[in-house]
Design a protein around this ligand. Structure first.
Ligand code: CAA
Length: 707
C-alpha cells in the first residue's frame, strides 16, 4: 500500500499499481447519492493517475452492495444517476474487477456487471430482485445480464427476484471466478495482479455476444416469458416491462437498448405498485422495532416444548426444528402423539420426495424431535407453546399443568387465534412469563407471527417472542389482547361486510371475483371452503349467547354447515368440488339457499357492481383497522399492513389496507362509510381515528412516522 485518500462513502486506496475502491456505507452499502458521487469521482481520478493500472471494487462490512438506495425512490433524482455511473465504470480504460461478497443485489449487481471482471467470494448472493419492488433493473441490468447469461436465464433471474449462490452465478456466466480467499481485499488484489501479469485489459459486457448469438432462441425465450407473465403475474406491472427490456437487449444495439430500459424503468418508478411494494419492504423491517422493548433482553431459548400435535402444533414443531432447535411435543395419549409425530415426519417426507431436502437433513431434523405423554417432559424447556384446539377451558387446564412443570423463567406461550391471553395468563402463578404466539397455517411456511403482549407480560418475555420469531425467520408483529388480535379481528369485519352483501344481492361468486380482481389470490368464500366451514361454525355457536343483538347476523353460512357442506374436505361448501377437485364450481343449490335466506330475512336483492363490492369490502377492512390502531391493539399502521400482506393475502403491490387507504385518500373512504352507515349504523359507523385524520388532512402514514 502506498497511498491513501478518503472519499467518504467510497474509500480509494492504492496498493502499488492497483487502486482498491471500497464502498463503505452502512448498513448495506446501498447506492445513495453520496456513494454514487464518490464512486464516480474515484473511478474518474483513477483514469488520470498514471500509477494506477487496475481498479478493484469492493464493499466494506457484510455486503458488496445491496442495490440502489430504496429510500431515494420517489424523490427527485440526484446526479450521477446509476445508469451513467455504470457506463462510466464500463468505459474505464483500466480494467475494473468487482469482488462480490454477501449481497450483490439489484443496482449492486449492475455495478458489478458494468465492471470488466467479477470474482465472487464464498457465501455471496447475487440477484436482480427489483421485481419485488415493482421495478426492473434500471442501470443496464436488463441489457448486460442477458449478454452474459443468455436471455432465458436472465429472464428467470429478473422475473423471480431470486438470489444465486456464488457457484450458481459462476455456472450461469455471471461471474468469472470463485475466490478461495475469504477476504475481499486479498481476493481482489490477487485477481487484479494476475490479470495485469497476463496483460488483461478492459473487457466490456456491452460487447459480449456469445450468450445472445442464437437470436431466434433468445426471442423464443422472451415470447415464452411474456406468455408466462400474462398468465401468472396477476396485475403486476413490472414483469411485462422486464420482458420488453430483454427483448430490446436482443434486438437493438446496446445504447438503444439502454434507452428502452430507462424509459420502462421510469414507468415502473412512477407506478403506485412501486410505492406499495417499497412500503411493504420497509414495513416488514419496522415490525420488530418496539420502543417499549428497547431496554429488554430476550431470555435464551435453547429447548422448545409444544403441547398439541394437531395441524398447528406439528407445523410449529417443523418451524422450530427448521430453525435448528430441539422440540419436545406433549400429547394426551400415545395415539395422539404418534399422529403428531407422523404429521411432522410427513412434512419432511414431502420435501424429500420433491427433491427439496436431502434424506440426511430430514433425519437430522427428526433426530431433534422427541415426544411424551407426560407434562414433566417439558421441565427443561425454555419456551413452551400450547397449540391445542380453541377452547378456553381446555387451554386453562393446559396452563395449570404448565404452571406446575415449567422451570422458573420459562416463557409460556399460547397459540390462540382470538382467545383472551390475559385470562390464560391469570391461570398461572407467573403471568409475566405468559404471552400469545399466534402462528398462521401452515405454521412452517407462513411468515407472519402475531406476538400477543398481555397486560402482565414482562418486557423480557415479549422480547423473547420477537427473538424467537427472528430465529424462525418469521415476521413478528406486536398485537395487544382483544378478540382476534389484529388479523382475525379485522377479518371478521370484512367477512361480515361480504356476508351482508351476499344477503343483499351479490352472489358469493361475484364477491370472490371482485376480491380476486382487486388482487387477492382468492376470495373470502373460496378461502372459507379451503379452511373448512366447520371451524367458523363452531365459533359462531359458541359466541351465540354473547352476540351483539344490534349487529346484523347473516345465517347463510349456518344453512350450509347444517347440511354438512364444510367446503373442499366435504366435496361442497359455497362451491362444488366433484371427485376431489380443488377448483370449485358454482353451485345452483347454494344460490337457492341464499335466495331462501333473503326471503326469510325480508331482503329484496339488488345488483352490485364489482367496484361497489370492492369498496365496501375495503371500507370495512380499513375502518376496523383504524379501530384496532386507535385502541392500541396494533402499534403502527404499517404493522397492520404487514399482517394483511403476510397473513391474509392482501395484494402486496397495494402495500396493505392502510397504505391503500392513504393512496385512495381518507376523505373518500370516510365518505363511503358515511354513505353505508345510513343503512346500518351499527356496523358502518366510521372509526373516530379515521374521522380525526381525515378532518385534519392527515393520513395513516403520518402515524407511522410518529410510532
Ligand atoms: N436501500 C436502502 N436501505 C436498505 C436497502 C436498500 N437497498 N437494503 C436494506 N436496507 C436497509 C433496511 O431497511 C434495514 O434498515 P433498518 O436497519 O433501518 O431497518 C437495513 O438496511 C438492514 O437490512 P435488513 O434488515 O434487510 O438486513 P439483512 O441482513 O436481513 O438483509 C439484504 C440484507 C439481503 C441486503 C436485504 O436488506 C435486502 O434484500 N435488501 C434489498 C435488496 C434489493 O432489493 N435491492 C434492489 C434495490 S432496487 C435497485 O437496485 C434498482 C435499480 O436497478 C436502479
Amino acid at each position: 500500500m502506498t497511498d491513501s485518500a478518503s472519499t467518504g462513502a467510497a474509500l480509494a486506496r492504492r496498493y502499488e499499481d492497483v487502486l482498491v475502491i471500497t464502498i463503505d456505507h452502512p448498513p448495506v452499502n446501498a447506492l445513495s447519492a453520496a456513494v454514487r458521487a464518490d464512486l464516480a469521482a474515484a473511478v474518474r481520478d483513477a483514469q488520470a493517475d498514471p500509477q494506477v493500472r487496475a481498479i478493484v471494487l469492493t464493499g466494506a462490512g457484510r455486503n458488496f452492495i445491496a442495490g440502489a438506495d430504496i429510500r431515494e425512490f420517489g424523490k427527485p433524482p440526484q446526479p450521477p444517476i446509476l445508469p451513467n455511473l455504470c457506463n462510466q465504470i464500463e468505459a474505464s480504460a483500466k480494467p475494473v474487477v468487482a469482488v462480490l461478497h454477501g449481497a450483490a443485489l439489484g443496482g449492486g449487481l449492475e455495478v458489478a456487471l458494468a465492471a470488466h471482471y467479477r470474482v465472487a467470494l464464498p457465501g455471496a448472493r447475487l440477484g436482480l430482485p427489483e421485481v419485488t419492488l415493482g421495478l426492473l433493473p434500471g442501470a443496464g441490468g436488463t441489457q448486460r445480464a442477458p449478454r452474459l447469461m443468455g436471455a432465458q436465464a436472465a429472464l428467470d433471474l429478473m422475473l423471480s427476484g431470486k438470489h444465486l449462490s456464488a457457484e450458481e452465478a459462476l455456472d450461469a456466466g455471471l461471474v468469472d471466478s470463485l475466490a478461495s480467499e475469504s477476504d475481499a481485499l486479498d481476493a481482489g488484489l490477487a485477481y487484479a495482479r494476475q490479470l495485469l501479469a497476463l496483460r488483461g485489459g478492459p473487457r466490456r459486457t456491452r460487447d459480449a455476444t456469445a450468450a445472445l448469438a442464437d437470436k431466434p432462441a433468445a426471442l423464443a425465450a422472451t415470447d415464452a416469458a411474456a406468455d408466462r407473465v400474462a398468465r401468472t403475474s396477476r396485475g403486476l406491472f413490472s414483469p411485462a416491462r422486464i420482458v420488453e427490456a430483454v427483448r430490446a437487449a436482443i434486438e437493438l444495439p446496446f445504447d438503444e437498448g439502454l434507452g428502452v430500459e430507462r424509459a420502462l424503468f421510469l414507468q415502473c418508478l412512477d407506478s403506485p405498485q412501486r410505492a406499495g411494494l417499497v412500503h411493504a419492504f420497509f414495513a416488514e423491517r419496522e415490525t420488530a422495532k418496539i420502543p417499549e422493548l428497547k431496554q429488554a433482553r430476550p431470555r435464551g431459548v435453547e429447548r422448545v416444548g409444544i403441547v398439541g400435535g394437531g395441524t398447528m402444533g406439528a407445523g410449529i414443531a417443523v418451524a422450530v426444528l427448521d430453525a435448528g432447535l430441539p422440540v419436545v411435543m406433549v400429547e394426551q395419549d400415545d395415539a395422539a402423539l404418534e399422529r403428531g409425530r407422523a404429521r411432522v415426519a410427513h412434512v419432511y417426507d414431502l420435501l424429500v420426495d420433491k427433491g427439496r431436502m436431502r434424506a440426511d437433513e430430514r433425519a437430522a431434523r427428526l433426530a431433534r424431535f422427541t415426544g411424551s405423554t407426560h407434562y414433566d417432559a417439558l421441565a427443561d424447556a425454555d419456551l413452551i407453546i400450547e397449540a391445542i384446539f380453541e377452547d378456553m377451558d381446555a387451554k386453562l387446564a393446559v396452563f395449570a399443568q404448565l404452571d406446575r412443570v415449567a422451570k422458573p423463567g420459562a416463557v409460556l406461550a399460547t397459540n390462540t387465534s382470538y382467545l383472551d391471553v390475559d385470562r390464560i395468563a391469570a391461570a398461572t402463578r407467573g403471568p409475566a412469563d405468559v404471552l400469545g404466539l399466534h402462528f398462521f397455517s401452515p405454521a412452517n411456511v407462513m411468515k407472519l407471527l402475531e406476538v400477543v403482549v398481555g397486560r402482565q407480560t414482562a418486557p423480557d418475555t415479549a422480547a423473547t417472542g420477537f427473538e424467537f420469531a427472528r430465529k424462525l425467520r418469521k415476521i413478528p408483529v406486536r398485537a395487544g389482547v382483544c378478540d382476534g388480535f389484529i388479523g382475525n379481528r379485522i377479518l371478521a369485519a370484512y367477512r361480515q361486510a361480504a356476508d351482508m352483501m351476499m344477503e343483499d344481492g351479490a352472489s358469493p361468486y361475484d364477491i370472490d371475483a371482485a376480491v380476486r380482481a382487486f388482487g387477492y389470490p382468492m376470495g373470502p368464500y373460496q378461502m372459507m371452503d379451503l379452511a373448512g366451514g366447520d371451524i367458523g361454525w363452531a365459533t359462531r355457536k359458541r359466541r351465540a349467547p354473547t352476540r351483539d343483538p344490534a349487529l346484523r347476523y347473516v345465517q347463510i353460512a349456518d344453512r350450509l354447515c347444517e347440511r354438512g357442506w364444510f367446503g373442499q374436505k366435504t366435496g361442497r361448501g359455497y362451491y362444488l368440488y366433484p371427485d376431489g377437485a380443488r377448483q370449485g364450481q358454482q353451485d345452483p343449490d347454494v344460490l337457492a339457499i341464499i335466495d331462501a335466506e333473503r326471503l326469510r330475512a325480508g331482503v329484496r336483492p339488488r345488483p352490485y357492481t364489482q367496484e361497489e363490492i370492492q369498496r365496501r369490502y375495503l371500507a370495512a377492512m380499513i375502518n376496523e383497522a383504524a379501530n384496532v390502531l386507535r385502541q392500541g391493539i396494533a402499534l403502527r399502521p404499517s404493522d397492520i399492513d404487514v399482517v394483511a400482506l403476510s397473513g391474509y393475502g392482501f395484494p402486496r403491490y397495494r402495500g396493505g389496507p392502510l397504505h391503500y387507504a392513504d393512496s385512495v385518500g381518507l376523505p373518500a373512504i370516510l365518505a363511503d362509510l358515511r354513505e353505508y352507515a345510513k343503512e346500518d349504523p351499527a356496523f358502518w359507523t366510521p372509526s373516530p381515528l379515521l374521522v380525526e385524520l381525515a378532518g385534519a388532512g392527515r393520513d395513516f402514514t403520518s402515524l407511522n412516522r410518529a410510532a
